[in-house]
Write a protein that binds this ligand. Structure first.
Ligand code: GLP
Length: 251
């Protein structure tokens, strides 16, 4: 696991956006796993700017988002699908047919999860998975628990995770669904390369726990240590709190 430290949140976003844009240009055909949340807002802004400036061709890019709320889908203003449409998909040349998404409104959520597993496998897996990290150490919506799910599943959200998402629901916690569909740890670890973005001091504890050479289901992000190609991009406020005993190795 490599930790890369940047002076600001904007510098984190710029660096990862540049890497993603370069990989799209170099490979042409590539499959990305993508997150939502407040952290990737600047990333998508930078990616759109670079894509427009450099005329990056997204037509052979496939994407799979990592999670979606139960009961919400593309028609809902507070769905993660809508978040992605608004912040990225409507602003680059991606073919809507190449956008993979969990449908939180599917009548049979178990079948929907199985469909998503198959769709990712049929696409040949994820070339690069971009993840945020929850303050409780969750990745996608794999919450701390006694056991973690390998496959795509329906997850019950911790209150803190719902609270962290309330901003997307007009600040109204009661509107944040209690459950979500999410890819599991096998899909995460099956990605060929993983980039984690963690900015702001509220993420420091989770990053420290994720990098401590102990793998625990109490910090799902710690499983990333089992993967050979993971980069954690942090800003200075996170880096400052990582120093000291049990600190992390930096690039
Ligand atoms: C959210 C999402 C995750 C995201 C994480 C961090 O609830 N389910 O995919 O990476 O929690 O979110 P944020 O960037 O808003 O802190």
């Amino acid at each position: 696991m490599t930790v890369e430290v940047f002076p600001t949140e904007a510098a984190v976003a710029e660096s990862l956006a540049r890497r993603l844009a370069d990989e799209i240009v170099e490979r042409g055909t590539t499959t990305l796993g993508l997150p939502t949340g407040r952290t990737p807002l600047l990333l998508y802004e930078a990616l759109v700017r670079i894509s427009r400036a450099d005329r990056v061709d997204w037509t052979r890019v496939r994407t799979f988002n990592v999670d979606e709320f139960e009961g919400l889908g593309s028609g809902d203003a507070t769905s993660y699908r809508r978040f992605m449409d608004e912040h990225l998909f409507s602003k680059v040349s991606i073919d809507p047919a190449n956008v993979g998404f969990l449908d939180g409104r599917a009548p049979d959520l178990g079948a929907e999860c199985a469909r998503y597993e198959r769709a990712i496998a049929d696409a040949g897996g994820l070339d690069r998975l971009v993840l945020g990290i929850g303050a409780n150490g969750h990745i996608a919506f794999n919450e701390p628990a006694d056991g973690l799910h390998a496959d795509t599943h329906v997850a019950t959200l911790e209150l803190t995770s719902r609270a962290a998402n309330a901003w997307w629901f007009g600040g109204e916690l009661h509107r944040v669904p209690p459950r979500a569909l999410t890819i599991g740890l096998a899909t995460v670890l099956g990605a060929r390369a993983i980039s984690v973005i963690a900015t702001g001091e509220s993420k420091a504890d989770a990053v420290r726990a994720a990098c401590q050479r102990t793998v625990t289901t109490r910090c799902p992000a710690s499983f990333l240590q089992l993967h050979a190609d993971v980069t954690v991009l942090v800003d200075q406020p996170v880096a400052d709190l990582l120093d000291g005993p049990g600190g992390v190795s930096r690039r």
